[in-house]
Design a protein around this ligand. Structure first.
Ligand SMILES: Cc1cc2nc3c(=O)[nH]c(=O)nc-3n(C[C@H](O)[C@H](O)[C@H](O)COP(=O)(O)O)c2cc1C
Length: 314
C-alpha cells in the first residue's frame, strides 16, 4: 500500500508538531502531508531541560534529548478529523515509552494504532528509533521489530511506515532489519532518526548543551546529511534487489533544495524536514519545493520520478 504525498516533502516528526495549532500550521503550508509528533500511550512531559540546542556552533545542526514530550494518543485522535479537512494525508507517528500502566511496548503500539486508524489517520509512522529514552530503541533489535510489525500489521489496514535509526557502522544489523521488513506489508521506511549519542559543549559556560542522559543526545541538521544519504541508498538498493515494494523516505540533513535532490538521487521518493523546519517554520516547504522544481527544470527533468535512485557510480 502506498502513501501518496505531493509535493513529496513533509515535516519530520517532532519539531513544531506537538499541538493542534502547530499541526494546523503544517496543514496550511506547502507540505505534502502532515506528520504528527510521535505520540505515546500516556501523555509525556519529556526529559528535563535544557533538552534542545537548536543551533549548534557554525549551524552544523541541532542536538536534542526531548524524551518524546507529547499529549498522548487520545488527544491526537481528537485532532485527526479536523486535520483531515485540509485535504492532505495525516500521518500519525506513534512510539512506545515507559508508562505508569506498564503495558508492554508491542501492546502500546497495537492499541495506539487501532485508535488512530479509527480516528481516520491516513497512515501510521511507527517510530521504532527514539534515541532519547531509557531503553535501547526497538530498531536495534530485529526480534522486537518483528514483534511490533507482526502486531500492528495485523491490527490495522491503513499504510504503515517505519522510522529507523542509522545503522551505518553495523552492516550486519542493517541486513537483519532490512530482511525483517520484507516479511511485512510496509508502505515506507523513513530514515534516519536523529544520530544517537552525540555530544556538544558550550564553551562560554563549559557545560554540555543538553542535560538528560549525561549530555548525550540526538543530532540532526546539515551534519547528518551524508549519514542519511547512505542509509537511504542502502535501503533503496536492498529493496530493489529483493523486488520489495517498500518506498524509502529520506530524512536527515536537508536545509537546501540541493540536499533534497541528493536524497532523491540516492533513492528517496519523499523527503522529510526536521531541523530546518525547527529553525525557520512552515515556509521552508514552499522554499524547498520551489528550489527543487527549479533544479529539475535547469537539469532537463520534468518530474522527481525521473531522478529517484538515479545516482551514478563515481
Ligand atoms: C526537537 C526534535 C524532536 C524530534 N522528535 C522526534 C519524534 O518525536 N519522532 C521522530 O520520529 N523523530 C523525532 N525527531 C527526529 C527528526 O524527525 C529527524 O529524524 C531528525 O532530526 C533528522 O532530520 P533533520 O536532519 O532534518 O533534522 C526529532 C528531532 C528534533 C530536532
Amino acid at each position: 500500500m502506498k502513501v501518496t504525498v505531493y509535493p513529496p516533502i513533509t515535516n519530520a516528526s517532532g519539531p513544531h508538531s506537538v499541538t493542534y495549532e502547530e499541526l494546523e500550521r503544517i496543514a496550511r503550508s506547502a507540505a505534502g502531508a502532515i506528520v504528527t509528533k510521535s505520540m505515546t500511550h500516556c501523555p509525556r512531559q519529556g526529559n528535563p531541560e535544557p533538552r534542545l540546542r537548536s543551533h549548534l556552533d557554525n549551524e552544523i545542526g541541532s542536538l536534542n534529548s526531548m524524551g518524546l514530550p507529547n499529549l498522548g494518543y487520545q488527544e491526537y485522535a481528537k485532532f485527526i478529523p479536523k486535520l483531515k479537512d485540509f485535504g492532505k494525508p495525516v500521518i500519525a507517528s506513534i512510539a512506545s515509552a515507559p508508562c505508569a500502566h506498564k503495558l508492554p511496548p508491542v501492546e502500546q503500539y497495537r492499541e495506539i494504532a487501532l485508535a488512530i486508524e479509527k480516528a481516520g489517520a491516513d497512515a501510521l509512522e511507527l517510530n521504532l528509533s527514539c534515541p532519547n529514552l531509557e531503553d535501547v530503541p526497538i530498531s536495534m533489535d530485529p526480534q522486537s521489530v518483528r514483534a511490533v510489525l507482526h502486531a500492528v500489521t495485523r491490527a490495522v489496514k491503513i499504510p504503515i511506515g517505519v522510522k529507523l535509526s542509522p545503522y551505518n557502522n553495523v552492516p550486519k544489523l542493517f541486513e537483519e532489519i532490512a530482511r525483517t521488513l520484507l516479511d511485512f506489508e510496509i508502505a515506507y521506511v523513513a530514515t534516519i532518526n536523529s544520530e544517537p549519542l552525540t555530544l556538544d559543549i558550550d564553551l562560554q559556560t563549559r557545560t554540555k548543551v543538553v542535560r538528560p542522559n549525561e549530555g548525550f543526545g540526538g543530532l540532526g541538521g546539515p551534519a547528518v546529511l551524508p549519514i542519511a544519504l547512505a542509509e537511504v541508498h542502502r535501503f533503496y538498493k536492498f529493496f530493489q534487489k529483493h523486488k520489495a515494494r517498500i518506498a524509502v523516505w529520506g530524512v536527515g540533513g536537508i536545509t537546501k533544495p540541493e540536499d533534497a535532490i541528493k536524497h532523491f538521487l540516492a533513492g528517496a521518493s519523499v523527503v522529510q524536514i526536521g531541523t530546518l523546519f525547527l529553525w525557520e517554520g512552515p515556509h521552508v516547504f514552499e522554499k524547498l519545493w520551489t528550489g527543487i522544481q527549479r533544479w529539475l527544470t535547469e537539469n532537463g527533468f520534468s518530474s522527481i520520478e525521473e531522478i529517484i535512485g538515479q545516482v551514478r557510480e563515481a
